[in-house]
Write a protein that binds this ligand. Sequence first.
Ligand code: ATP
Ligand code: FE2
Length: 318
Amino acid sequence: MLCIGLEGTAHTAGIGISDETGTILANIAKNYFPKEGIHPRKAAEHHTSAFPELISEAIKKAGISFKDIDLISFSQGPGLAPCLKTTSTVARTLALSINKPLIGVNHCAAHVEIGKVKTGAKDPITLYVSGGNSQVIGETLGKYRVFGETLDIAIGNAIDKFARELDLGFPGGPVVEKEAKNGKYIPLPYTVKGMDFSFTGIVSDALRKKDAGASLKDLCFSFQETSFAMLTEVSERALSHTEKNELLLTGGVAANSRLKEMLEIMCNEREAKFYAVPREFAGDNGAMIAWQGIRMHKEGLKQDIQNTSVRPEWRVDD
Ligand code: ATP
Ligand code: FE2
């Protein structure tokens, strides 16, 4: 069984093709990364022009033809409404034109599940960190539950905001990681409330300290140390609370080596296994949507085309 998955929640138009074991036959994307940050309507226009070519290219790359596809899946939410609408329209058109079933999937669940299938994690606590989301997720009693999450902006967004103010370009994550290499620690607000965390205070304090003369490398280093320690603390408490012994890191920020290192140390100290999603599947990608489509289809979930309207606020615990 083959599923073609369409990802289009924000800046990435991605197409992936997965078989029923999670083997990925194709995974390609075109990104909209404007310097000034993402504009929802322009991102949607980007996806409109990117998808047709991406679909043909993915089919070619997989060495299959349209008649080999058994299922179409797409990112139904959460995300930016204009982008979701474009993606769902393309997915519906494809489903109608090749006369195959269509299924809308939750983008956050897809990040978790591609991480599981690609690392072999069985029942992890997942730290899902990206530009739009920061959540600590675990499955209990057959349901995804959110044990902790950001109270304001996502960690990726916080890094991007900080980087943009300092003219480091977009996305900020890779640049901040590079700058942080030889920095010294300057205290920044460490905000964990119960199991939730907040990042806006770090952004504004770091910018204030920049104006007061702190060096870029010290600020990048301290930004990472402080915010990643918060994420590590909450992940550890979720492991302890659920008595799970696997931690999975996923989402765009999972590309960060320092975050991986901190989580790995914590996991080693409590004899838990640490898994990080391979870089290729860390950021938004079509492969994860295709794989989640297969999983839902295998569970017998079906959708009429009438029920495929977008869900911009769709939470993973829904
Ligand atoms: P979602 O829709 O799941 O919220 P997204 O649209 O933000 O995802 P992703 O590709 O999952 O897209 O994540 C992008 C984020 O990852 C950006 O904020 C970017 O700065 C961040 N990022 C990428 N590489 C790194 C890195 N090396 N270190 C830290 N952050 C990174
Ligand atoms: Fe994402």
